[in-house]
Design a protein around this ligand. Structure first.
Ligand SMILES: C[S@@+](CC[C@H](N)C(=O)[O-])C[C@H]1O[C@@H](n2cnc3c(N)ncnc32)[C@H](O)[C@@H]1O
Length: 499
């Protein structure tokens, strides 16, 4: 057995990869090698060769042990795949680090350095082989998904990565060879063209890869990055949000009334975004001069917009800090209350709630506001997003369009499970307007990543085509349905509990 077939071994390796936050192909952000300055690409190239010299029998010298055999057993492997693995991890991790640290895609020397250190630490700790096995699972899944999506793909397109991995600068010829040797793909003739398709073994493999990537949280981790980076790219978030949710601020004000914040409290706000709750709904005013508000968000882009607002207003009692709800950088029992609006559905709920409770003082409160699951089968909505509904129905593993919004029963249950007292909630309807195709597609696809579960592993070209179709379809929908018919009453909630 080679390690690639050893599922338990692979799961452990992928788990370690997830913990190290190493990433490849975050193509969803449209980031490609061209976004990298030449000198950084040059450094990545040199460092990749350095790792190879250090850990891998790169030049096949005359030593008695054959490192290739030790690392890869009977799986055919090529030097340039090993090279691409390290190089791709440098690129992908740098994109991740850039968003994580600065909330935007700006690859400069420090970011590149951090990414290289992350990859090198992984190799030092676990060995180069582990990195390569993980690489083969991830790119294997990417290849299999794309072929499964299209049914067949010409050999030429596959090798060029034309439809599914166009950001990769090298040829996928060697990957194809490995796939054929392992029996995951086969060559068939379609209209006198050589095409590749999945074998049954390849299909099973794809399902296993998916499960491994889900179990190791690699997919979660990548989606989380997508959610955060997408918010960063939305420079006109305020405008989009105000047009689509005309009662947005009112909803947030009522949430604050519901929570009953009193002057002088020391409050932590999570997922503050660009400050709708913080300033527009007047949370900062409510805590007053004698209180303190610490507002946090993992997206540096959103935070910098909130900070701009702070500079225009004159609040001396607000500070900002970059943080995700799952890892709150404050001491236990530090706050009178912890709250936030419209962010909880982006989090690992258990981890986030646990953290919220940890930093609230005994008898302090935890409060959330956000959207609830709603009936997606509204005529205009179903018609507009039909392609995505179909995509979801085609999936064998699930028959229902996956969205990540909560049901109020589940939220209350979660609050109960975590031992909160005096739990209460209120549901209200929030008008959700679908004004014009550009705004809607921006919001749904680029902003809140509403269909991210469906789109995350769609081949890049198909994804871009789908977005284009949604824009065109939107024109027809907006002509056929009145604005009134394009307005949904989005069920939303306020919930609070006492620690
Ligand atoms: C829809 S915006 C809401 C912003 C603001 N609270 C409001 O009331 O309008 C969602 C925010 O959640 C943030 N977010 C995404 N993932 C998060 C996480 N894991 N923890 C905390 N916030 C997160 C995003 O960066 C974004 O700023």
């Amino acid at each position: 057995m080679n390690r690639l077939d050893d599922i338990e071994y692979m799961k452990v390796s992928l788990h370690k990869l997830g913990e190290a936050k190493l990433m490849i192909n975050p193509h969803i952000n449209g980031a490609i090698e061209n976004d990298f300055p030449d000198e950084i690409i040059h450094t990545f190239d040199l460092e990749t060769k350095g790792i190879l010299d250090l850990y891998y029998n790169w030049h096949l010298n005359d030593s008695e042990t054959d490192d290739r055999f030790r690392l890869f057993g009977t799986v055919p492997i090529f030097d340039d795949i090993v090279y691409s693995c390290i190089f791709d991890f440098f690129i992908g991790t740098a994109i991740y680090v850039s968003y994580d640290m600065e909330g935007r895609l700006a690859i400069h020397h420090e970011i590149a350095e951090m990414a290289m250190n992350d990859v090198k630490s992984f190799v030092k700790k676990y060995g180069l082989a582990d990195l390569i096995w993980c690489y083969l699972v991830i790119v294997g899944f990417e290849n299999h998904q794309a072929i499964s999506y299209y049914g067949t793909m010409t050999e030429k397109d596959f090798i060029a990565g034309k439809n599914h991995r166009s950001w990769v600068s090298h040829s996928l010829e060697k990957e194809l060879f490995i796939e054929l040797a392992l029996g995951f793909l086969e060559i068939i003739e379609v209209e006198e063209k050589r095409c590749v398709q999945l074998t049954q073994k390849g299909r099973n493999r794809m399902n296993t890869e998916y499960r491994m990537l889900v179990d190791s949280k690699y997919i979660d981790h990548r989606m989380k990055m997508t959610y955060i980076s997408q918010f960063d790219q939305l420079s006109d978030w305020e405008h989009i949000s105000n047009v689509m949710f005309p009662n947005d601020i009112q909803f947030r004000k009522e949430f604050l009334d519901y929570i009953d914040i009193s002057e002088g409290m020391d409050i932590l706000e999570l997922g503050c975004g660009s400050g709708s709750l913080t300033f527009d709904a007047k949370l900062a005013e409510k805590v007053g001069k004698n209180g303190w508000l610490t507002a946090t968000d993992p997206s540096a882009g959103m935070l910098s917009r909130a900070e701009d607002k702070l500079n225009q207003l004159d609040h001396k009692n607000v500070t900002f800090e970059a943080a995700s709800a799952e890892r709150i950088p404050f001491n236990d029992q530090e706050f009178d209350g912890v709250l936030g609006a419209g962010f909880f559905h982006f989090t690992d709920n258990d981890q986030a709630l646990k953290e919220m409770i940890r930093v609230a003082r005994p008898e302090g409160f935890v409060g959330l506001a956000g959207p609830l699951e709603f009936d997606l089968n509204q005529p205009f909505f179903r018609e507009w997003f039909e392609d995505i509904f179909l995509l979801s129905e085609q999936k064998t593993s699930q028959s229902k369009l996956q969205i990540y919004l909560h049901r109020i029963e589940d939220l209350t249950q979660l609050f109960r499970e975590y031992g909160l007292k005096h739990i209460s909630h209120q549901t209200v309807n929030l008008s959700w307007v679908f004004p014009d195709p550009q705004t809607v597609v921006q919001f749904m696809i680029h902003g809140v990543g509403f269909f991210q579960q469906e789109l995350e592993f769609m081949p890049m070209k198909a994804r871009n085509e789908l977005i284009q179709r949604l824009l065109e379809k939107g024109e027809k929908i907006c002509a056929r349905y009145s604005l009134n018919e394009r307005t949904i009453q989005l069920p939303s909630y306020y919930i609070k509990g006492v620690v």
